[in-house]
Ligand binder design. Structure first.
Ligand SMILES: [Zn+2]
Length: 169
């Protein structure tokens, strides 16, 4: 085997391993506690036990939304979705983002500069990052960073598997 072939093989194995780790292998997490004072549009709530979520969601969706996983960058077709529409939570269908606030962050993840309404999502500290969760069902959606475009300067960096796109609203 040539060195370049070996390098490619190793790169593919590392990429595959990271993808598996992020999307298919649930990491042990303590149960999430919804912070006090969190509101949602129309006060709507969807609450299920961890076991109910595990049984009703596809495995990659469960591992990301309920176990804080991260999909492999570039793996979601929603990253390159540019049509007009809205993005809803895959777990509870809470409307989260409008296509008009979507921008190309070149990160490989669908990115938005603002939620559809301020209480569609809520933030929580996650180490040195800020986690974003659905305000209706507490699904982990992704993280928010301070390097986004105007007018908010925010970059909501979302997992595509946590979102459902609906054309033309
Ligand atoms: Zn939700």
């Amino acid at each position: 085997m040539k060195p370049t072939q070996l390098f490619l093989l190793i790169a593919v194995l590392i990429a595959g391993g990271l993808w598996l780790y992020g999307t298919y292998i649930a990491k042990p997490r303590p149960p999430h506690k919804r912070p006090a004072g969190v509101t949602s549009p129309n006060g709507r709530r969807v609450e299920k036990t961890d076991e109910e979520w595990r049984q009703t969601l596809p495995r990659s969706v469960y591992n990301i939304t309920r176990k804080q996983g991260t999909e492999w960058p570039g793996s979601s077709e929603l990253t390159n979705e540019h049509r007009q529409g809205v993005y809803a939570c895959v777990c509870c269908h809470n409307l989260l983002f409008r296509s008009t606030t979507k921008f190309d962050s070149h990160t490989g993840w669908p990115s938005f500069y603002a939620p559809i309404v301020s209480n569609a999502v809520y933030n929580e500290a996650d180490g040195n990052r800020t986690e974003v969760r659905c305000s209706v069902c507490d699904a982990h959606l992704g993280h928010v960073f301070n390097d986004g475009p105007e007018p908010t300067g925010l970059r909501y960096c979302m997992n595509g598997v946590a979102l459902v796109f609906e054309l033309g609203q």
